[in-house]
Design a protein around this ligand. Structure first.
Ligand SMILES: [Zn+2]
Length: 451
C-alpha cells in the first residue's frame, strides 16, 4: 500500500504514537481507496508506469513532446496581451478562445476567472488546475517579446505565461489522447494572484467549487525543481499618520506625522522575529509631505509581514501597531513639551490602518496523494525536485485543508517581476508531461469500458 511506501522506514521506526497515527492514516486511506480505487492506486509506485503506458496517456504525452513549437508560439501571444492585476480581461478573452479550441465548455465567473470544465466519470469530485492571468507590470509596460530560438524575453514571459500556456497545452493533450478521467477536471485561468490582487480569483474558485474540490494544482512560472506544498501567510498593511500640518518655522512644535512614523518605525525595525518558523517584515514604501518647509499633514507606509505561522504573524502585526502608536505618543509628548498643550486640535495626530492583503498559511500533509502523485511523476520522468514553502494561489485551498500544490511548468527562467524577465523553453516538455502525469495520478483514468 502506498501509505507504507510513502512514509518510508525512518518514520515507521519511530516511537509508538507515530505508529498509532500511521495505523489511523492507513485506515483512512483504505477507506479512500474504496471510494476512489483508481485515484488511490495512482499513488502506488507501480501505477505511474501503468498510467504512462496506457495508449491514451501515451498519445497525450507524445503530443506534448511533439508540439513544443506551438506551445512556444502561444506563450508569445499570451505575453504580448498586457494583464496587470485588475486589468486581466483582454488576456482572459484570449485564454477563453484557446481553451474553447480544446473542446471544452468555457465560461467566465463574476471576478473574471476563465473556467473550462471537463466532466469525469464520478460526479462531484473536482481536480482544479489553475494558472494566474495577471502580471505585476503596470499598464503601458512594453511587453513585446524578443525571441532568439528557444530563448524569449519580455516582462511576464515566464510569470505567468509559462503557466497559462501549460494549462492550455495539457487540456489539449488530454483531448488529443481522447482521455476520460474518473474525477472532473476544471482548468482555470484566474485573476488577482499578484500584489494587491489578494488571490481574489482563487478565492472565488474555491468558494464556487466548495466541497467538490479534491485537489488543486496551481501552475506558476517555469522551473520543475520544486513542489510548493506549504503556504507562507502574509499580511500587507498601509498605515497613515494624519496631523494638522503647518509652516516649518512659524508652526514649529506642532506634531509632525513624518516624525511620528519615523519614531514608530525606529522601534518596529528592532523587533526580533522568529527564524523557526521563519518570519519576515519589510517596509516597502513610504511617502508623505509636500515641501521641505512645510510640516506635513500626512505620512504613509506600506508594510509586508510574512510568516510560516499565523501565530507569529499575529505577534508581528501587534508589534507593528504598538510601535507606531508609541511613535505617535512620543511625538505628541514632544509637541506638549514645546508648548502645544491646550491648543487642540493642533496637537493631535491620528492613525489610520488599511489592510491591503491577507494570505493565510497552510501545509500539505506529507502523506497526501497529491504529493505522492507529483513524486511518482518525477520518478518516472527522472526529474529531481524538492518541497518548498511560498506564497502562491495554493495558499487559499491549503489554508482550508484542501490538498494543493504549486509547480512550475517546465523550461528555465529568470528575472521574474523585472523588465528583464526571460524564459528558455529548452526541455519544457518535461514540465508539461509532469503536470499531465500528476493530474492523472490524482484524477484517475476512467475505468476501462467493459468489452
Ligand atoms: Zn506567478
Amino acid at each position: 500500500m502506498w501509505c507504507v511506501k510513502t512514509l518510508g522506514p525512518t518514520k515507521l521506526s519511530r516511537a509508538s504514537p507515530e505508529a498509532v497515527k500511521l495505523l489511523l492514516l492507513c485506515g483512512i486511506l483504505v477507506l479512500m481507496e474504496t471510494a476512489f480505487p483508481q485515484t488511490a492506486a495512482a499513488g502506488n509506485a507501480a501505477r505511474v508506469e501503468e498510467l504512462a503506458s496506457d495508449p491514451r496517456v501515451a498519445r497525450a504525452l507524445d503530443w506534448l513532446a511533439k508540439n513544443v513549437a506551438w506551445v512556444n508560439d502561444e506563450q508569445v501571444h499570451i505575453t504580448e496581451i498586457p494583464a496587470p492585476s485588475f486589468l486581466e480581461s483582454a488576456r482572459a478573452v484570449y485564454l477563453r478562445k484557446l481553451l474553447s479550441c480544446c473542446g471544452l465548455r468555457v465560461r467566465t465567473d463574476d471576478v473574471g476567472d476563465v473556467i473550462a470544465e471537463r466532466p469525469g466519470e464520478v460526479a462531484g469530485n473536482v481536480v482544479l488546475v489553475t494558472a494566474h492571468l495577471d502580471t505585476v507590470f503596470p499598464p503601458g509596460t512594453d511587453v513585446k517579446v524578443r525571441r532568439n530560438a528557444n530563448r524569449m524575453a519580455a516582462p511576464g514571459i515566464s510569470d505567468n505565461s509559462t503557466g497559462l500556456v501549460a494549462l492550455v497545452a495539457v487540456a489539449r493533450a488530454l483531448n488529443e489522447g481522447k482521455i476520460k478521467t474518473r474525477m472532473t477536471l476544471v482548468f482555470a485561468a484566474d485573476v488577482g494572484e499578484e500584489g494587491e490582487g489578494n488571490l481574489r480569483g482563487m478565492r472565488k474558485l474555491v468558494e464556487n467549487y466548495g466541497d467538490r474540490l479534491r485537489y488543486v494544482i496551481a501552475l506558476d512560472g517555469a522551473s520543475t525543481d520544486h513542489v510548493t506544498a506549504a503556504a507562507v501567510a502574509s499580511r500587507r498593511v498601509e498605515i497613515s499618520v494624519l496631523g494638522p500640518g503647518g509652516h516649518s518655522w512659524s508652526d514649529f512644535g506642532v506634531p509632525n506625522p513624518i516624525h511620528a512614523l519615523s519614531r514608530g518605525l525606529a522601534r518596529f525595525v528592532k523587533v526580533r522575529v522568529s527564524s523557526e518558523p521563519r518570519t519576515t517584515f519589510n517596509v516597502g514604501a513610504i511617502e508623505g509631505g509636500t515641501s521641505v518647509n512645510s510640516i506635513p499633514d500626512r505620512a504613509t507606509i506600506k508594510v509586508d509581514l510574512r510568516s510560516e505561522s499565523e501565530g507569529e504573524l499575529d505577534h508581528l502585526e501587534a508589534a507593528l501597531r504598538e510601535a507606531i502608536q508609541a511613535g505617535v505618543d512620543e511625538e505628541m509628548a514632544a509637541a506638549r513639551d514645546r508648548g502645544i498643550t491646550g491648543r487642540e486640535p493642533n496637537g493631535k495626530l491620528e492613525i489610520k490602518l488599511r489592510v491591503l492583503g491577507l494570505r493565510p498559511a497552510g501545509e500539505l500533509a506529507e502523506t497526501s496523494p497529491l504529493l505522492a502523485a507529483v513524486r511518482e511523476a518525477d520518478r518516472y520522468l527522472g526529474n529531481r525536485s524538492h518541497r518548498e514553502r511560498s506564497s502562491t494561489d495554493a495558499n487559499i485551498p491549503l489554508s482550508l485543508g484542501i490538498q494543493a500544490i504549486s509547480i512550475g511548468a517546465g523550461g528555465r527562467a529568470g528575472g521574474a517581476h523585472t523588465l528583464s524577465e526571460w524564459y528558455d523553453a529548452t526541455g519544457r516538455e518535461l514540465g508539461l508531461q509532469r503536470i499531465l502525469l500528476t493530474l492523472l495520478g490524482v484524477a484517475g483514468l476512467e475505468l476501462a469500458p467493459q468489452k
